[in-house]
Write a protein that binds this ligand. Structure first.
Ligand code: FE2
Length: 240
């Protein structure tokens, strides 16, 4: 048990260094101003490291779920994107530009789906943190109260969007004009292709929760909102 802990700690430190290095590169690229590691890089796209150890989100999200969700699903989107984009006009584009350039084009659906899912998942991992949840930073809370009336109403809207999304998809806190809002999207759809600026997201594909919660999506969503959601990350995105 002790050796497992030490190993995890070392891995976390290495990943954190890589994460910061990649984040810096993204900020310098100025793509769309969202803090997503790897989003500014051209192909071959890499699988950005998790910003925490794989067991950091327990007991809300177990390391077993992370091992499949991150290690299998997220990785598969990266591998599929690289395979599909090779030799095409999208081969040299940064990730965010691939997403925007292929959105709404029926003959580019496969590239869009995989590129958007790479971006959405990297954004999702950063939308969570160990010992998250609780109250947002004051600057964000004031914006939330101005837009929703109260922080509790914002959480309620996020929960309702996440639970009511039919089938696979995402719930998002977004900046829309000068107000915050909540939207949901199906499959790989992402606010990145709209005039809304994503601030944080909750993945409600079954692979995000089924090993831990089976069909109880609402339990997963509400546990994430209460204990894992990274309000500081949302504020960082709001400030960019
Ligand atoms: Fe997912």
């Amino acid at each position: 048990m002790k050796s497992r802990k030490n190993k995890t700690s070392t891995t976390h430190k290495l990943d954190r260094r890589k994460f910061l290095a990649v984040s810096g590169a993204v900020c310098a690229s100025g793509a769309v101003g969202i803090l997503v590691p790897g989003a500014g890089a051209a192909v071959p796209h890499g699988l950005p490291p998790l910003p925490y150890p794989d067991n950091a989100l327990e007991p809300v999200i177990t390391a077993r779920t992370i091992s499949f969700h991150y290690g299998k699903h997220h990785k598969a989107y990266v591998d599929n994107l690289n395979r599909l984009a090779a030799g095409t006009e999208y081969a040299e584009l940064p990730l965010e530009r691939v997403v925007v350039a292929t959105a709404g084009k029926p003959d580019k659906t496969a590239i869009f789906n995989n590129a958007a899912q790479v971006w959405n998942h990297t954004f999702y991992w950063q939308s969570l943190r160990a010992n998250g949840g609780g109250e947002p930073p004051r600057a964000l809370k004031e914006r939330i109260e101005a837009s929703f009336g109260s922080f509790e109403e914002c959480k309620k809207k996020l929960s309702e969007a996440a639970v009511s999304q039919f089938g696979s998809g995402w719930a998002w806190l977004v900046l829309d004009g000068d107000k915050l809002g909540v939207v949901k999207s199906a499959n790989a759809e992402t606010p990145l292709t709209t005039r809304q600026k994503p601030l944080l997201t909750i993945d409600v594909w079954e692979h995000a929760y089924y090993l831990d919660y089976q069909n109880r999506r609402a339990d997963y969503v509400n546990a994430v909102l209460d204990k894992l959601v990274n309000w500081e990350f949302a504020l960082q995105n709001l400030s960019r």
